[in-house]
Every structure is written in structure tokens, then in C-alpha cells.
Design a protein around this ligand. Sequence first.
Ligand SMILES: Cc1ncc(C[n+]2csc(CCOP(=O)(O)OP(=O)(O)O)c2C)c(N)n1
Ligand SMILES: [Mg+2]
Length: 361
Amino acid sequence: MTDTSTMSREAGKGDESMAGLEGFEKDQLKGFLKEMLLYRRFEEKAEEAYAIGKIGGFCHLHIGQEAVALGFIGPLRQDDYVITAYRDHTQALAKGVDPNGVMAELYGRDSGSARGKGGSMHIFDVEKGFMGGHGIVGAQVPLAAGLGFAIKYREEDRVCVCFMGDAAVNQGAFHEALNMAAIWKLPVLFVVENNEYGMGTAFSRVSALPVKERAAGLGVPAHHVNAQDILATWTLVEELLEKIRAGEGPQYVDARTYRFKGHSMSDPVSGTYRSKDEVESKVKQEDPISLLRDRLFDAEFLTEDELEEMDREVRAVVDEAAEFAEEAPFPAREELYNHVYSEVNEHGRLFFDGRDREGED
Ligand SMILES: Cc1ncc(C[n+]2csc(CCOP(=O)(O)OP(=O)(O)O)c2C)c(N)n1
Ligand SMILES: [Mg+2]
């Protein structure tokens, strides 16, 4: 199995274009490292639990892409919104969703963030502004425009960050939503997590243009960032948020990253679509955690002992989340239809599950 432990100094060597440490406080940088380590350990635990059948259904890991979650969500305010696709665990953690609730959701338990009914692809926490977790490729993009419209209509200064995979830019909904966002100057930051593949298809096989250029012609300013570099990402995002909050309208980022694991837990890491060598070389050279770790070592901001301690602390959080999930009950039978569709309101309730309206509460 590919080693993504990040504890060996072998990993993380040599990226050409890393941003400098200037402008960041030492404690802030160590905080970045610890946060990304938490995401990594959380997903390794999910991977382990899935492999022994404790987690079922779909499960898409974000391992290798952690700096995207931290870089685009860390600079947000608590009342900002995040909406994303199905590779959503670490983004939920980054937005402040309780790790116990995320893990319990993966286990399908009643204490999960979506009461055990969503599972891995549908982490939700409205109070934290985490608006899911969406399984249809590109479906969240118009929803993000809707969130942006609501913000503007209510004259708030919140922002919505909308993540999508590279495959989503070939969906019609992407173009319709960006067009509307541009024309109405909606406060949305559109982020393409460009990990180079949509399942087993290389982006270069399905697009004549690079990801950054796919927003061209829609009037949304487009940017590119090496999103394995947390500092470059964080710096760009702070700048873009400022523009968006100033009322300039949407922005679009091609965030270049790489997925270290298979498309989902049931898919192989490599195969006909990408070689084992390619994956190994990316893990060795472009692990966002190892890259930051080595820069902190080199600047003498971090010692081996401190790293070990950090790792122990995040493992404790993850172990607690797994214990919480294992002990949590499954949803009760009578809960089956609750919270699935909208609650009853003055317009009644929509039923899509074949039940008769008569006699329902
Ligand atoms: C509309 C639609 N078509 C096809 C699928 C099947 N599908 C699930 S994930 C995926 C690939 C998406 O790749 P990308 O957007 O690059 O995201 P990544 O998995 O790389 O994060 C596809 C085709 C789907 N969920 N929705
Ligand atoms: Mg992709």
C-alpha cells in the first residue's frame, strides 16, 4: 500500500514553486500542519474502518488533497458557506463540523451529522454553513449560485465557497451557474479541485482546454494555484475573499492537486488510467503535509518531537471519533422517513416515497 503516513523525511522532496514562509506566524504554520495531519489521520481511520466492513456504501477519500480543504476553508469566517461534491470529509472538518459527527455519519449512525442517512457523500451541517456533500457531478454548482443569490438578496457580506472536481466543468450546469453568478455579481468562490482525473479518465482526454481556461468567456476572473502548497493557496484565497466581499462578484480557481488513493474505496489506486510510478512519484514529491513539514523543519520552526506530539494529539481526536461512531446507535426504524424530504409547512409536504397523503401527520 502507498505510504501516506508523512512521518518519513523521504517524502515531500522537491517542488519547484513553493511560496515563502513570509507573512505567516510560526504558530499559525504549525497550526496548518496539525490541521492537515488531522484530516490525513481521519481519512486513514475511515479507510481502515471501510476495509473491515464497519463503513458501507460509497466512500471517497481526500488523501493528497488536504491543502485544498484547509487553504480554501481556513481563511473563511464561520458564517460563510461551503458546498462541495462527494469527496467531502476533510472539507467538513475544515468548516468546523465535529469529527465525531462526521465519523458517525460514515458509520451510518443516528449521531452522524446527517443523522446517519447521508453517509460519506452527504455530510451536512447547516449550523456550520456546511451545505453538503453532493453526489451528482456538478449539481452543487447551481446550488452555490443560489446560496450566493440569497446572500446578496439579504444584503449580507458572506461568501460561498463551491468546490467541484475537474469533471464538473464539462457539465452544462457549471456554465449556466457561472454565467448567472457573473451577471449578478454573486459572492461565490468557485474552486475546481483539479486532481487530473475524473474516475479513470484523464482531464486532458475530455477537454481541449486546461481547467483554468474553462471559465473563459463567462466573465468570471480565473486563477491557477499549486494547491499542494498550502501557503500559496491560503495567500491567494485571502486576496480573492477580499475582492468578493468588496462586491466584485465571483472568482474561479483551478486548484492543481492530486488524489493519492483510488477514486473511491472500491477502486484501485492505479491501473490502466494512471501508472503506479506516477502515483508513487506524486506521493513522494507533492504531499502537501510533507512539503509543509519539511519547510518547518528547515526553518527550525518544528522539531521531530513536536511533530510526534502533534501526531499523537490528532490520532487521539480520530480514535475518539471512531469510538463515538462505533458506540452510537443506528437510526431507529420509525426515523426512516423523517428528515428525508422537507418538513410539513404551510404548503403541506411533498411526498416522493409512494405514501398516500391521507392520514399522515
Ligand atoms: C452527472 C453524473 N455523471 C456521472 C456520475 C458518476 N461519477 C461519479 S464521480 C465521477 C467522476 C468525477 O470526477 P471529478 O469531478 O474530477 O471529481 P474527483 O472524483 O476527481 O474528486 C463520475 C463520472 C455522477 N455521479 N454524476
Ligand atoms: Mg477529478
